[in-house]
Each structure stands twice: as C-alpha cells, then as structure tokens.
Ligand binder design. Structure first.
Ligand code: AHR
Length: 503
C-alpha cells in the first residue's frame, strides 16, 4: 500500500469558501429546459409545468447559483422574446445549436423556478448581436422597482416586485470564432466596459462578469485576458473561465491529471488580472468565475448526427453525455482544485445542470436519476462550506503525457463554522490503496463521523434510469484518530469524504 501524509492547522487557511463555487448552469439547449426542468403534462409537473422530481434533485445537490440562459445561445437571444404572454412570444431559429427556440419558458418562469430551487440567477446578456442598449434595458426591466416603461412592463407581466438579479454575465465566450458576434479582445473589452458601466448606473448593487477565454488552449488565451481587462478593469467584478476535459485517448492516468491543467489556468488568469491591476495602479482585486466546467466529450459525435437528421428541431437530446466513474473522479479533483483556490475563485458553475452535460438526467415522460458526477458535487456543496484550509500534503507521484509529477493523492480540507473538519481526497492510483496519515493535533479533540467512498471496479461504469445506483457513495473503512493523528485507507481509484466533528 502507498503512503501519504497531510498536516493541517486551523491557522493555515486559504480563505473563506464562497458557496457560489457550487453553482451550475441551465442553457436553452437540448433538453435542459424543455424535457428537463420543464415538462407540463409530466406526472410530477407543478402548476407551472416544472418537474417536481427534478427540482427535488436540484435542491438535494445544493446549487447556490444558476447561470442562465446561455452559453452560445445567448449571443443570438433577444430577452424581450422571453417575457409577456406566452402565446405572443416568438419562435426563433437558434443559430448556436441549429434548433428552434419557442420561448415557452422565459425570464419570469426561470426566476420563479430558481427561487424554488434555492438558487440565485446569474443572468447572461447578449453581447453578440446586441449591446449597451439592450444591456441597460434588461437590468431596468428586471431590477428597477417601478414607474418607468420597462419596470412597469415587468409589473404588467406578473412581477410586482423586482426580479432582483444580482449577478450578470457580459456575454458568453466572445473570444470564440464560433460565437455569434465574435470579437477581438479590444472590441469586446470596450463593449463590456460600456455595458457594465450603464448596467451599474441602472442598478449600482449588481455584480458583473466579463468573458475570459473560452479555454486555456485558445490561441488568444492570455493576450485576450490582458487586452480586454485593459479596457474594462474598473467596471467589472469577475473574469470568467471555461474548461472541459475528455478522455478521448482512453488514458485514465492522464485524464485524472487534467485538474492540474485547471490549477495552472486559475493561477495564470489570477496573475493576469493582477498584472492589469498593477499597470493601472488599481487597488481593486478581481474575482474569478469558473462559470463553465465539466467533462464533455462522450456525446460529440452523436450530436452531429442529431443535428444533421433534424436541423431546426425542438429540444433535441443534444450534449447528453453519459458519465462514467472515472469522470466522477476528475470532477472530484476539479472541486478540490476550486477549494485550493478559494481565496480567488468566487464562483463556479458546473456546465450544465439537467440533461445537457449534466449531473441530473431525465427521460421525457419518465424518471430522473443522478449521473456519476452528481455525487462529488453534491458532497462538496454539502460539506465543503466554511474555511478552506491550506494543507501540507506529501504524496507519491506518477508521470503522464502532460505532467511529470502528478500526486497520486489529491486532497484538501475544510473547517466548518461549527468546528467540524472535512477532508476531500481522490486516489488517482489505478490499483493501489493509499494509507493517509493526517496530523491534525491543532484542532483539539475531533471524532470521525463518516468516511464516504465513491468507487467502482470498472472505470467505465455508468448510472442509468434502470440502474441508477451503480456508482454511488458507500461507507468506507472507518478512519482512526489517536492523539490528533488520523489514519485512513483511501482505496485505489476513489473519491472520499472524511468528516470529523468536535468530540
Ligand atoms: O455548455 C455548452 C457550451 O459550451 C456553451 O453554450 C458554451 O458557452 C460552451 O462552449
């Protein structure tokens, strides 16, 4: 058995964890909305057509913030189409996904749903085909109390009180040539600056997120951040980051090491933000919003066939990745990476929430079930709140095609407000368990209350509607603590949550 050690001290803290790092994302894409959260006529549908069974699972997941309505979709979207009487709302071609959008679910319906889900909305505006004018108008419609044409229109459309949207994304992936209205960094930076400026004139209490690069391997990455921030630094609050990984070469050790790429990405973008801040002699520190992240590759080929067969179809089952066990392990490591960067990372949205590259799957007219990746997100959201600790971890390493020294044990720890300590750990080794010894004498008397393990002998195992519990957390070998020294066995290829409470 391999060995790893960790030293924890309550005084060695990274910072307070912003619960919004456990956010998610719903785009008008595929069956995320229609057939996902919304399905009038489904046996569990409420009076507004939203599926109660899905809502229940979203609540269980614990999603403090939901990005909406896109994604690529938003760059061709007119927010006005999505408000007012449903029968008057236009059907439109969605050029981003080659489908037809009916606007049956719109701004008011989604805000109501998000409230029921205990989530706040992070609303993305269209900076692809639109600009400053639409940006200020939608903020006025949503957040102004009344007495103006747009705020009174909201009241007329059924919302007497403001929708109170606090978080706004300034467009989506504007660095990407695939984006409707793709821009250069300077063009985008200027547009984002003006939009942010007037949006905050309408409502000074909002926070806005500017688009960083859509991936770390974009040719413009780095330069994009620097140049666009040079244009909008003082008017924005966060920079977005997006990243998806896939195991296309079926190389599990390399796949599980991809969270190291994410770690580099976070540190690099933070450094660029600070470089621009320094150049401007600014005292302001920007936060990071990792508002699209996940594994995404399983469905790529199928999607091309679907669109070929039914171009302009409605609610096609697009991006329906069926996640396997190794995907859940990488998701676990990505969450650990977020915790390690809790001082800078203030928001993150797993992309996405239901059906579309999602932890929650539904069958239209049928059941709902948790994909493998549901579990690490759910457990991190539930137990990863409080202060992110800065552990000193010594682990054996391995090398893979991208990195020379990948820690076999990827682990971190969180101190809860009640004094409870939770360890999160992924063992990346394919065959060997790791005996983890943790020196946590600084915390006084703690008692282990749970060791939960997510493991399956087959890395390609998946959950389905018929077999939803194939991959799910199970009790692990109990941890032992003796005089503040904890020992616990971390099984080969596993995601672990080890919880200790004050004795
Ligand atoms: O989440 C799916 C898509 O991925 C989003 O629409 C886009 O922003 C990204 O490229």
């Amino acid at each position: 058995m391999k060995k790893a050690t960790m030293i924890l001290d309550r005084d060695f803290a990274i910072g307070l964890i912003d619960p919004r790092i456990y956010g998610s994302f719903i785009e008008h894409l595929g069956r995320a909305v229609y057939g996902g959260i919304y399905e009038p006529g489904h046996p569990t549908a409420d009076e507004n057509g939203f599926r109660r069974d899905v809502l229940h699972m979203v609540r269980e997941l614990g999603v403090p913030v939901v990005r909406y309505p896109g994604g690529n979709f938003v760059s061709g979207f007119n927010w006005e189409d999505s408000v007012g009487p449903r029968e008057m709302r236009p059907h439109r071609l969605d050029l981003a996904w080659s489908t037809t959008e009916t606007n049956e679910v719109g701004l008011h319906e989604f805000v109501r749903w998000a409230k029921e889900a205990n989530s706040q909305v992070m609303y993305a505006i269209n900076l692809g085909t639109r600009g400053t004018d639409a940006a200020r108008e939608v903020v006025e419609y949503a957040n102004h109390k009344g007495g103006t044409r747009l705020s009174d229109l909201r009241v007329k459309n059924g919302a007497k009180e403001p929708l109170d949207i606090r978080l706004w994304c300034l467009g989506n992936e504007m660095d990407g040539p695939w984006q409707i209205g793709h821009k250069t960094a300077v063009e985008y930076g200027r547009t984002a600056n003006e939009a942010a400026k007037v949006m905050k004139w309408v409502d000074p209490t909002i926070e806005v997120v500017a688009c960083g690069s859509s991936a770390r391997d974009m040719p413009t990455y780095g330069e994009w951040e620097y140049r666009m921030l040079d244009e909008c630094y003082e008017n924005i609050d966060y920079v977005s980051m997006h990243r998806y990984y896939g195991n296309r070469d079926n190389d599990t050790p390399a796949f599980l090491a991809r969270s190291m790429d994410m770690e580099c990405f976070i540190r690099e973008v933070a450094a660029i933000c600070d470089a621009v801040g320094a150049k401007k002699h600014s005292t302001k520190k920007l936060g990071l919003s990792f508002d699209e992240w996940n594994v995404w590759y399983h469905s790529n080929e199928q999607d091309q066939q679907l669109v070929k067969a039914d171009r302009w179809g409605r609610a096609l089952p697009l991006l329906e990745d069926v996640y396997n066990f190794e995907d859940a392990l990488l998701v676990g490591s990505m969450l650990i990476t977020f915790l390690r960067n809790a001082d800078r990372l203030k928001m993150a949205c797993m992309a996405q929430l239901v059906n579309v590259i999602a932890p929650i799957m539904t069958r239209t007219g049928g059941g709902v079930w948790a994909q493998t990746i549901y579990w690490p997100l759910m457990q991190a959201s539930r137990f990863g709140r409080g202060t992110a600790l800065r552990p000193v971890v010594e682990s054996p390493v391995y090398s893979c095609k991208d990195f020379d020294a990948v820690p076999v044990l990827d682990a971190t720890a969180v101190l809860g407000e009640d004094g409870a300590v939770t360890l999160f750990a992924v063992n990346r080794d394919l065959t060997e368990d790791v005996l983890l010894e943790v020196d946590m004498r600084a915390f006084g008397t703690l008692r282990p209350v749970e060791h939960s393990v997510l493991h399956h002998d087959d890395v390609k195992a998946v959950n389905t509607e018929a077999a939803p519990d194939t991959v799910k957390p199970m009790p692990g070998e109990p941890a032992n603590i003796d005089n503040g020294r904890l020992t616990v066995r971390i099984p080969a290829l596993s995601w672990n949550v080890i919880r200790l409470e004050k004795a």
